[in-house]
Write a protein that binds this ligand. Structure first.
Ligand code: GAP
Length: 463
């Protein structure tokens, strides 16, 4: 058996569609740019990713608690956070084919770095200086309109019938962490947490991303897993460094190889931040950000104190010292983790008999389906009955599938492509000797197991 690791986006997109992981949104209406739906196996995989993150962040840390804040928040939240004023990407249009692109992406493709804080004038100057280097990704022309900054917040017309908060629209949240900041005092007052403590949240976020590209890497509706650690200023940098180590280890524990991960330090920090590093993953289109780990000082709570008029400072119950808590943030997308995990697991193998297989070598805990149960032959009622009996028992503990479609070889191929770790086949020996065959996804080796020992055996394998 020889393994090939030639993973392209085309192959990933095709597998995701073919096997029910990811569908383009509203496909029967021609699709809806940069919006995607998770299919049956994608939903399982995304749920398993979220469960792994929740376990590592909330369950295993006594001083981190969960939150589920609303997508809608008071419009002032987004002024305080700086999103209304500054959350914008520079947009340009190709004069030849009218394709719109993000200027920072065009410059990046040409090897030129554009700081996200640059004004429109500065961006346009940089575009002029690099005029011949930047090319339209669609037609290759180098003739672009003036860049304009375009705000990424998604507006809605929710509930403002009375004009209570002026003319501001209610935004769909652009990041989940603002819900954490505005609930800091609620959590503090309703739990026994004391600083240092963290609040973790998983939820949808929305951004009017200008360019729809790279599949689920950049979506307009996506899901974030964010954790804010609230800290005393003294020693906060040490906590930051500790989280950097922990988040790196988390990806190794998730089965991602060290060589496919990279640290990227932000070159130009926003004025309030003391440190900002990204963990990048080697996607098929190169190393790109998967998670950001930022030390944001006391900026967020200070801003919300200022805009809400409510004092969000903290008084240390032992020393009596009063201060505005500092924040260390870890922020990662479910969708980017999903894409990384599938890319990492994707494998094509040439088998000894000359045939080929595609297999997702997902870690057991992330696999959408843990076990598939097959009757050897679909038209032998006793085999089907026995296989159903085994399936009905195993499904109480694990996500299982019963499959009697096609021959066993085809069923193995299907389960390999969705990453099912074990397939249990019921054959005539099951009826005569009370045994089943268990086939391992990765080694493709088969073992004969007594039916009464099957659960113990699988518990050991899947633990
Ligand atoms: N609260 C900090 C924050 O939102 P960010 O770098 O804008 O920082 C954090 O986003 C993470 O959210 C990213 O590292 C990425 O994993 C994910 N993310 C951001 N925009 C995304 C998009 N348009 N589609 C999918 N995931 C996205």
């Amino acid at each position: 058996m020889s393994e090939q690791k030639n993973v392209t986006m085309e192959k990933i997109v095709s597998l995701c569609k073919r096997r029910g992981f990811v569908f383009p949104s509203s496909e029967i209406y021609g699709g809806f740019a940069a919006v995607y739906d998770f299919g049956p196996y994608g939903t399982e995989l995304a749920n398993n990713i979220k469960a792994a993150w929740w376990k590592a962040m909330v369950q295993e840390n006594e001083n981190i608690v969960g939150l589920d804040s609303s997508i809608f928040m008071h419009p002032r939240v987004w002024e305080a956070s700086g999103h209304v004023g500054g959350f914008a990407d520079p947009l340009t249009e190709c004069r030849n084919c009218h394709t719109r692109s993000r200027v920072d992406h065009l410059l990046e493709d040409a090897g030129v770095f554009a700081d996200e804080k640059m004004s429109e004038d500065e961006i346009n100057k940089l575009m002029k200086e690099n005029k011949d280097k930047i090319k339209c990704p669609k037609c290759g022309a180098s003739d672009f309109s003036e860049a304009k900054k375009f705000n990424l917040l998604v507006k809605s017309n929710l509930g403002n019938f009375t004009g209570n908060w002026g003319d501001d629209p209610a935004y769909l949240r652009g990041e989940t962490c603002q819900g954490i900041y505005i609930n800091f005092k609620n959590v503090l007052d309703s739990t026994r947490q004391k600083i240092p403590f963290g609040i973790a949240q998983i939820g949808k976020a929305f951004r009017n991303e200008i360019t729809a590209r790279q599949f689920i890497f950049r979506k307009r509706e996506f899901e974030q897993m964010e954790m804010q650690m609230f800290l005393a200023p003294k020693g906060a940098m040490d906590v930051y460094e500790d989280w950097r180590k922990r988040r790196w280890q988390y990806y190794l524990d998730l089965g991602i190889k060290k060589e496919n991960l990279n640290w990227h330090e932000h070159e130009n920090l926003v004025f309030y931040a003391k440190a900002a590093w990204d963990i990048e993953y080697k996607f098929p289109f190169g190393f790109k950000e998967m998670e950001g780990i930022h030390y944001r000082t006391d900026y967020d709570l200070s801003q919300h104190s200022k805009f809400s008029g409510k004092d969000l400072s903290y008084q240390d119950p032992v020393t009596g010292e009063k201060y505005m808590p500092h924040v260390v943030e870890t922020s990662v997308g479910v969708d980017r983790t999903f894409l990384a995990v599938i890319t990492e697991a994707y494998s094509e193998e040439k088998l000894e008999d000359g045939s080929e297989r595609t297999v997702l070598k997902l870690p057991h805990r992330l696999a959408p389906i843990k076990l598939a149960v097959f009757p050897l032959l679909k038209n032998k009622a006793e085999l089907v009955k026995k296989a159903r009996e085994i399936y009905d028992n195993l499904k109480l503990q694990w996500m299982c599938e019963f499959d009697d479609n096609g021959n066993v070889g085809k069923r193995y191929r299907r389960q390999d492509e969705i990453g099912t770790p074990y397939c249990v086949t019921v054959d005539f020996d099951s009826l005569e000797k009370g045994t089943v065959t268990v086939r391992d996804r990765d080694s493709m080796k088969q073992e004969t197991i007594q039916i009464e020992e099957l659960e113990t055996y699988l518990n050991e394998k899947l633990k």
